[in-house]
Design a binder for this molecule. Structure first.
Ligand code: M6R
Length: 604
């Protein structure tokens, strides 16, 4: 989960565009960064441990220039984040420079063979074998394109890799199980791990397939597939606004993306439902699509797993047997094959390796992905794709993608119910109407929140607990994940009932507990659990709608959300918890958009 960018043009210097691309990709990894620029005869490389600003500072005093170059921002897998381990990596003579995202599984063996042949290595990375493989093929007389292909043919594992070779006005690249897209500009061509890498320069994009090898020159690009056959990859225009990938005046992407939720939800739902007619119109999933489905397996990781848990509750309420699985566990031991199993992968990025692994391992009749990223790897792995349309999410902490996932999955759950059970769920019109109101309800939460005050009131606590039931349990886990991820404080989520089976032993006056009320059945029991916490001195902050039972003085504070359909209260409650986490992290001075040790896409 590193970020790759390349710029291949004429005349103008590539360095500024490479740095702009790396800045847009920094969410993918931020341990170290580097660039290599082809200047007509040789290759100039600069790389630094640290963020893009450290690299920018280094380049300000002593930078190479040239019109063709590659860049990389790293999330370490092999070796610590040092200058030496930063990409690009070079061959013995410094004539070949390579950036890579992924893992080379046979690097140990390749490194031994290359070392025996006299190649000298300078880093701990798996990547470094690639420039030496290219060097060795060039020495055997291969052309640059053939040498690159020969190197790619010898590596095993997952990779998006790009190389520059001294004296060649071209970038050579390949992908296998790691994302890589081509950007077709007017005066220059681009490569990126993701579209935001070059979105400010071009909106024309071609998605590469696994096994593709591409040669990009200032005038265009040519692709050969895994068999070496020339293939066409169609170019399409993406409708993302480059402004969407900036901070838009907010201090952090996370806060911007929390505030964008009304718009994102509007996009997720718009045109997909007609509440007055009680109709659902999911692009590509007309009525009858899910006839014959007997059970649903939802597979995902992290925040997307919490959306999967939420959807499990929604499907269960609609009499559709469903189970959420952590994708990594599903991949290791997929349930036995049974007729009528639909596997739904949920992934913001569409690139999460564990989730891809689950889909590949699935013994299912059909697979589909619910994702935010058009053309991502999971859209290729699965039979069908349903887009959540949240727009680009840059902050490492997933926020608007969760809300949009739940909204999209709630519509999907109702579509599945109608096909499987043969009738709409009893309160489906009320649900569809509440879904249309959801963007406005989220706006009211964001504008009226007291989350900052709550975050400030509990700055010195020992730990932070989150409880809930049904969809509220998914929200409790998500609230805890968001809190720990960006504050670095100990935070844990539980089902409300679970507390007295063990975790209650941890509750003291220094452990605030956030209790999610669903505005429905189960709230009375949650109130009982809250009283048990208060009886042990634990402060309680309720996140509740007007439909929750009278909380009286059973809680210390309330973060209110508008009354709505019980299926959707959790989305509103989650927005309050996102804001609590954000303000708690800000008060602690944390690196909110790029929390330590993490990266946005976990592609390894
Ligand atoms: O792209 P995905 O939704 O598949 O990512 C899954 C998780 O890595 C991700 O949700 C992660 O947990 C979030 N960064 C948490 O905020």
């Amino acid at each position: 989960m590193c970020g790759i960018v390349a710029r291949i043009g004429e005349g103008d210097d590539a360095v500024d565009e490479l740095l702009a691309g790396l800045t847009n990709l920094e969410y993918r990894g931020y341990d170290s960064a580097g660039i290599a620029v082809q200047n007509g005869c040789g290759v100039g490389v600069r790389k630094r441990a640290g963020g893009i600003d450290d690299l920018r500072n280094a380049l300000a005093t002593d930078g190479p220039s040239g019109s063709v170059g590659i860049g990389h921002t790293r999330w370490s897998t092999h070796g610590p984040p040092t200058d030496a381990n930063a990409h690009p990596h070079t061959d013995c003579d410094g004539d070949v420079a390579v950036v890579h995202n992924g893992i080379i599984e046979n690097y140990d063996e390749l490194r031994r063979t290359l070392s025996k042949a006299g190649h000298a290595f300078e880093s701990d990375t798996d990547t470094e074998v690639i420039p030496h493989l290219i060097e060795s093929a060039l020495a055997d007389g291969a052309s640059p394109a053939a040498a690159f292909r020969a190197a790619v043919d010898r590596i095993e594992g997952s990779y998006a890799v790009a190389a520059v070779i001294g004296g060649r006005e071209a970038v050579y690249a390949a992908r296998n199980d790691s994302p890589l897209v081509v950007g077709e500009g007017e005066s220059a061509q681009y490569l990126g791990s993701d579209v935001p890498a070059f979105l400010e320069f071009t909106e024309r994009v071609a998605y590469l397939e696994d096994g593709d090898v591409v040669r990009v020159t200032p005038g265009g690009f040519t692709v050969t597939d895994a068999d070496g056959e020339r293939v066409q990859r169609t170019t399409e225009t993406v409708d993302w606004d480059p402004q969407d990938t900036g901070k838009g005046g907010y201090d952090h992407y996370m806060l911007k993306e929390i505030n964008e939720q009304p718009t994102a939800l509007g996009r997720s739902v718009s045109g997909r439902t007609d509440p007055d007619a009680g109709a659902i119109d999911l692009d590509g999933f007309p009525p009858g699509t899910f006839e014959g489905i007997e059970r649903v397996h939802l597979v995902a990781m992290g925040t997307s797993y919490h959306a999967a848990m939420y959807a499990e509750s929604l499907l269960a309420r609609r009499d559709v047997p469903a189970r959420a699985f952590m994708a990594s566990e599903y991949a290791m031991s997929p349930p036995p094959e049974e007729d009528g199993t639909l596997v739904i992968a949920i992934s913001q990025s569409g690139e999460t390796a564990d989730t891809i692994g689950a889909v590949r391992a699935a013994r299912a009749e059909r697979t589909m992905v619910v994702t935010n990223v058009v053309g991502s790897s999971l859209t290729r792995e699965c039979d069908d794709t349903l887009l959540v349309r949240a727009g680009p999410e840059i902050g490492v902490a997933a926020t608007k993608s969760f809300s949009s996932q739940v909204a999209t999955l709630s519509l999907l759950a109702e579509r599945i119910r109608r096909d499987v059970v043969g009738s709409p769920s009893p309160d489906s019109r009320a649900f569809l109407s509440a879904l249309s109101d959801l963007p406005d309800h989220v706006r009211r939460v964001v504008e009226g929140t007291a989350a900052e005050e709550v975050a400030d009131a509990f700055t010195d606590s020992e730990a932070y607990f989150f409880i809930g039931r049904g969809p509220g349990h998914a929200v409790a886990l998500e609230g805890a994940l968001k809190f720990k991820e960006i504050t670095y404080e100990h935070a844990e989520g539980f089902t409300a009932a679970e507390l007295k089976h063990g975790p209650l032993a941890l509750v003291t006056e220094d452990t605030p507990v956030f209790a999610v009320f669903n505005g429905s059945e189960g709230d009375t029991e949650t109130l009982g659990n809250v009283k048990e916490i208060r009886a042990r001195g634990g402060p309680v902050i309720a996140v509740a709608s007007g439909d929750a039972p009278d909380l009286g003085d059973a809680v210390d504070r309330v973060l209110p959300v508008p009354a709505t359909h019980p299926d959707l209260v959790g989305v509103l409650a989650n927005v309050q918890l996102q804001l609590v986490a954000y303000h708690a992290a800000k008060r602690r001075g944390r690196s909110i958009d790029k929390p330590r040790n993490l990266a946005k896409s976990v592609t390894v």
